[in-house]
Design a protein around this ligand. Structure first.
Ligand SMILES: Cc1ncc(COP(=O)(O)O)c(C=O)c1O
Length: 412
């Protein structure tokens, strides 16, 4: 608990204790945090002096406000960095730092609906649960398309579904890393389908919550960025980069945003974002992490995570689990572990499947410990199952013979 810096005298001893206990509890939980796509490894304590101000990036990041306690200049640098990463030309993008992937996706869908009010949204069955809610919030027509076992969209089903609705512009919600398997919808193939059906008006939004920070640092990946003809993209900040406050970025073609902008005299800026008041601390976190790691640092981190993910697959297989991962993924899919394992480890489960995500904070020792725990729990499960099926013993330890079936009595 050495990191806790609550000044003496500011809180009653009992309240201080509550915070110290919570801090200790959270620190302990990081060790077993292997099932969610958020790293537990970062240190933003050098930014603590910024906690003294009522920072608020209200409204548009590119238009200064009469509310001058903001970090817009830093936010713009963060957006420029992500624009370069996703190959948006410097003069053609607009975006902002969001509260996370859900808001970025909502924004992308909002822009798409503003472009095509009668458009129909298409998304695969492996799409994150929040997207369905977003579509309902926006009151958009939507159709779910089948997925392949890898998590990638089923292109044949997409083609056939689009063919039936050729009269309305499609809004394609592409998963660039599905939640459960990190499957990536190939935007090149989606474009081919649209060409084949001679559909000229469409919007492609990419949900790159996690993989938006891993794919750019790998070779031979499926096309998904501006070069593939996308219109908007959302990437989470608290996932691969890591942050104590959820955050993300959304980028879109600039001229789509111009059509929704409204000038607001009260704050002296444009109302282009979903929320009014906006977090000005999270852009600082992202900026700090980007400056510290740089592209080379992230490339090294991603390389290490991929190596560790492959190691995890091999270790799980050694104990007889059918573990697998997509080629560019740091998500390792395994069968649902026994309850005892789920009690100790924070692992996301979905029906009979589960996954562990090898984020930068997940180390080899944790993988080894998890594999050992699963092996023990499976042995226990097997023993219990054997006991239940074995013939019962009586008190003398002698196996009781199965009772002879009562002879069939002939009917009187
Ligand atoms: C693929 C995908 N999209 C969207 C989200 C939602 O992102 P957030 O939790 O940042 O709102 C997640 C969260 O895990 C996700 O995995």
């Amino acid at each position: 608990m050495g990191h806790l810096k609550i000044k003496n005298g500011e809180l009653a001893a009992g309240d201080r204790k509550i915070l110290e206990n919570l801090h200790g509890h959270l620190r302990e939980q990081v060790h077993t945090f292997v099932g969610y796509p958020c790293t537990g490894e970062f240190d933003f304590t050098p930014l603590l002096p910024f906690m003294e101000f009522p920072i608020n990036n209200v409204g548009d990041p590119f238009v200064d406000s009469t509310y001058r306690i903001h970090t817009r200049q830093i936010e713009r640098e963060v957006l420029a960095w992500f624009a370069e990463l996703t190959h948006f030309p410097p003069d053609q993008y607009w975006g902002y730092v969001t509260n996370g992937g859900t808001e970025g996706n909502l924004y992308g869908l909002f822009l798409a609906r503003e472009r095509f009010p009668a458009g129909v949204a298409y998304y695969s069955e492996d799409t994150h649960y929040s997207v369905y809610k977003n579509l309902r919030v926006l009151n958009m027509r939507h159709i779910m398309v089948k997925s392949q076992p890898s998590g990638e969209i089923d292109y044949e089903d997409l083609l056939e579904t689009l063919r039936i609705h050729r009269d309305v512009p499609p809004i394609i919600f592409a998963n660039i890393g599905t939640t459960m398997t990190e499957g990536v919808d190939n935007v090149g193939k989606i474009q081919e389908i649209l060409r084949k059906l001679a559909i000229a008006e469409f919007h492609i939004h990419c949900d790159a919550a996690l993989a938006g920070m891993t794919l750019p640092f790998q070779e031979g990946i499926p096309p998904y960025d501006f070069r593939a003809g996308i219109d908007s993209i959302s990437i989470s900040g608290h996932k691969f980069i890591g942050s104590p406050i959820p955050c993300g970025i959304v980028l879109a073609k600039k001229h789509y945003v111009d059509r929704i902008a409204r000038s607001i005299e009260y704050v002296g800026t444009l109302d282009t974002t979903l929320t009014g008041s906006r977090n000005g601390i999270t852009p600082l976190f992202l900026w700090y992490a980007i400056k510290r790691a740089g592209v080379d640092g992230f490339r090294r981190q991603v390389g290490q995570c991929l190596k560790n993910a492959q190691y995890a697959v091999e270790q799980f297989r050694k104990i007889g689990l059918e573990a697998w991962r997509n080629p560019w993924a740091i998500t390792v899919v395994i069968p649902r572990p026994p309850a005892a394992v789920l009690k100790k480890w924070q692992i996301a489960v979905y029906g009979e499947r589960a996954h562990v995500i090898i984020m930068p904070s997940v180390k080899i020792q944790q993988i080894d410990e998890l594999v050992a725990d699963i092996a023990v729990a499976r042995q226990e499960q097997a023993k219990t199952a054997a006991k239940l099926t074995a013939p019962r013993k009586n008190h003398s330890g002698i196996k009781s013979q199965p009772k002879p079936k009562p002879k069939q009595r002939s009917k009187p």
